[in-house]
Design a protein around this ligand. Structure first.
Ligand SMILES: Cc1cc2nc3c(=O)[nH]c(=O)nc-3n(C[C@H](O)[C@H](O)[C@H](O)COP(=O)(O)OP(=O)(O)OC[C@H]3O[C@@H](n4cnc5c(N)ncnc54)[C@H](O)[C@@H]3O)c2cc1C
Length: 385
């Protein structure tokens, strides 16, 4: 059998979505994942399917992805736990409400109507258990949430069913181009070669880029989440706030998942994370202030997941400005889960036709103007398996 046409580094949602969309286009694709699928951000995600509050550059992709979420079962053969619960951002003061009204007006001026301001009464119809001080909010009614692990595995299964190869325990430790092919070597000594390389290595994406000579600034955060014991149902939409970092939802089990971008500690070299308990306590207090009913429960689990973060809080999506046959899709800054179904298709378009009809200029790998050179050949990251 002939070798792959595309090598994808990274078996998170973005690598698997790229593999799925490439396989749908009839391409021979091989995914190389250092650990197991969804081992990092894609397995630890809160799974929020959120168009609400997106940066303007992300809105077209987020809306297109949302349409895909609404028919995710048709796309990948299972519903991925997707529930169109809506997402709501509460306003805790008149100033918050002004911020939301100004955003809604700016969106309307741009032709978008998916975010809608609601007054105090309208908000209480959506969130009957919300605290008395909340004065209104903004709702995106078609938003929701899904199961991140199930979603990643569903894309992986669907890609395999279309002929994609997925190799777990395959840490790429060296990459270089020879004879028109990208040659990747994994820690177990195996060699893989293909004309096209997709860099979907998440928080490690910039290290892979640097290894082949492309400097793309990328930090990372270990975003933390908490889970409560089961509670009687009290909230349907996913909830965020206008001026405080909080996001939470109640799952069908009755457990409430609380997040919102609070950071623990993580290491790119080992892939390990540690929790910052004080920040978690702050996050729990915020949730309690918004929903006093939470006083009746307790936290039963907490975790953190490593995610790449760029200086402008937008992902890196696009063809390399330096090399032929390299496409980057990494650094999703804590909001890449919702975009997963569509970004894979963008990568597949770039790989197969050399362009995409989607607006991705804001995500260009070269937008930070970093120096490009011949490749450092420096050791590649070794995320934990
Ligand atoms: C706690 C938390 C909550 C979140 N909540 C939300 C949310 O509610 N909504 C939302 O839209 N987004 C959310 N996100 C963000 C979202 O989960 C991520 O943007 C998305 O999962 C990133 O997927 P990825 O495939 O780019 O990265 P990852 O899932 O990290 O996958 C990258 C993979 O590359 C592999 N890899 C790296 N280097 C190599 C190598 N050298 N060789 C082989 N493999 C390699 C890694 O092992 C890893 O599995 C959250 C993230 C976290 C951490």
């Amino acid at each position: 059998m002939s070798g792959p046409e595309v090598l994808v580094v990274g078996g998170g949602l973005h690598g698997l979505s790229a593999a799925f969309h490439l396989a749908r286009r009839g391409r021979r694709v091989r995914v190389l994942e250092a650990g197991h699928l969804a081992r990092h951000a894609s397995g630890f995600s809160a799974g929020g399917v959120r168009t609400l509050g997106r940066h303007p550059a992300e809105i077209p992709l987020a809306l297109e992805a949302l349409d895909l979420w609404h028919r995710i079962g048709e796309l990948v053969g299972e519903d991925c736990g997707f529930r169109a619960s809506g997402q709501v951002k509460v306003a805790e003061s008149a100033a918050d409400l002004t911020v939301l009204e100004e955003r809604a007006a700016a969106l309307r001026a741009g032709g978008y109507t998916h975010e809608e301001v609601v007054d105090a009464a309208g908000l209480r119809r959506l969130l009957p258990a919300v605290a008395p001080h909340v004065v209104g909010g903004m709702v995106a009614r078609r938003d929701g949430f899904a199961s991140p692990y199930r979603t990643s595995l569903a894309f992986g299964r669907a890609a395999r069913a279309l002929g994609a190869e997925i190799v777990e325990g395959a840490r790429v430790i060296a990459a270089g181009r020879r004879g028109g092919l990208w040659h990747l070597r994994t820690a177990d000594g195996a060699e893989h070669a293909a004309p096209v390389l997709v860099n979907a290595a998440g928080a490690w994406g910039a290290r892979l880029a640097r290894h082949i000579g492309e400097t793309i600034p990328l930090g990372f955060n270990a975003f933390m989440m908490m889970l409560t014991a089961r509670m009687p149902a009290f909230v349907t939409p996913v909830v965020g706030a206008t001026s405080r970092p909080i996001s939470f939802k109640q799952a069908e089990t009755g457990q409430v998942m609380i997040g919102g971008g609070h950071k623990g500690v993580g290491s790119l070299d080992t892939g390990a994370t540690a929790l910052d308990v004080e920040r978690l306590a702050y996050s729990a207090r915020t949730a309690l202030e918004l929903f006093p009913v939470l006083a009746e429960t307790r936290i039963v689990h907490a975790w953190a997941g490593i995610e790449g973060v760029t200086p402008d809080d937008l992902p890196v999506i696009g063809a390399s400005g330096l090399h032929d046959g390299v496409i980057h899709a990494f650094g999703f800054c804590g909001h890449g889960f919702e975009l997963g179904p569509v970004v894979g298709d963008i990568v597949a378009q770039l790989a197969t036709q050399g362009f995409t009809n989607r607006p991705i200029a804001a995500f260009a790998p070269g937008r930070f103007g970093g120096p490009a050179g011949a490749g450092t050949g420096a050791a590649l990251p070794q995320p934990a398996g």
